[in-house]
Design a protein around this ligand. Structure first.
Ligand code: BTN
Length: 240
């Protein structure tokens, strides 16, 4: 893993995408000050102070696009959860890749890809934000219910130490994951999954599916059983 620290940047994901050809495989771009962070579904990602994680991993697994790459956010989500657990908290995974503690979001992941005009995959960018050390006032400014590790544990956590723990776990599982896919982490992911066996609604583009979240498939998709007993396999979506 190579580390590239930037004092200040609009978005580590944007930086990684803009500079994809100058960044090698397994480079982590991170900053203490992200001024225009991006979130999923065109949302933003709030800046809540310098002792938090704003990072993007650049990956160049191959030049063709493979299905398993879209599951890499779930691998990152799992290793982030395991790192939180080492800090004494109990995180839950909100499919596909949000991490929450007592229903409050503590980390988010945004995956983006850079494709050349010829259709070649130039690289993947796995961006993640983690609320490590912040005040309740800062958290209140976030438009969804959020928490941070210091609020949960009452302790300060060093940003770089936490980041390195996450990345070393990620590297350990990465090659197997690329070979075998989501199945290689399914059991560990499922242990932490929220909402299973509960009735939920999931937005997929402009359609909303409601039903019981019955399972997560070997490929990381959410299986939803509706009230007519029809099964929906959702590859992407947002649990409402
Ligand atoms: C989400 O939950 O909506 C995803 C949030 C992802 C935020 C991170 S912070 C570092 C990286 N750079 C960005 O602009 N976004 C991601």
């Amino acid at each position: 893993m190579k580390y590239l620290y930037l004092d200040e940047i609009d978005s580590t994901n944007k930086y990684a995408k803009d500079n994809i050809n100058n960044l090698s495989d397994m480079t982590v771009v991170y900053t203490s000050k992200q001024t225009a962070g991006r979130g999923r579904l065109n949302r933003g990602w709030h800046y809540i102070g310098e002792d938090n994680i704003y990072a993007s991993i650049v990956l160049k697994p191959s030049s063709e696009i493979k299905e398993v790459y879209s599951n890499l956010t779930q691998l990152l989500c799992l290793v982030l959860s395991q790192t939180f657990e080492e800090c004494g908290v109990v995180p839950k995974i909100k499919w596909p890749n949000d991490i929450r503690i007592n229903k409050k979001k503590i980390s988010g992941i945004l995956a983006e890809s850079v494709i050349s005009p010829e259709g070649r995959l130039e690289g993947l960018v796995l961006g993640f934000g983690v609320n490590l050390n912040t005040s309740k006032d800062m958290l209140d400014e976030i438009d969804q219910s959020a928490t941070s590790l210091n609020v949960e544990t009452g302790k300060y956590t060093d940003m770089e130490i936490f980041l390195k723990k996450v990345l070393s776990k990620f590297c350990l599982l990465y090659n197997k994951f690329i070979e075998e896919g989501f199945l290689s982490i399914r059991e560990d992911y499922m242990k932490r999954a929220e909402f299973l066996k509960e009735e939920i609604s999931v937005r997929v583009f402009d359609k909303i599916y409601t039903g019981i979240a019955s399972d997560v498939t070997d490929k990381g998709a959410l299986k939803l059983t509706d009230n007519k007993n029809r099964e929906h396999i959702l590859l992407i979506g947002d649990i409402l």
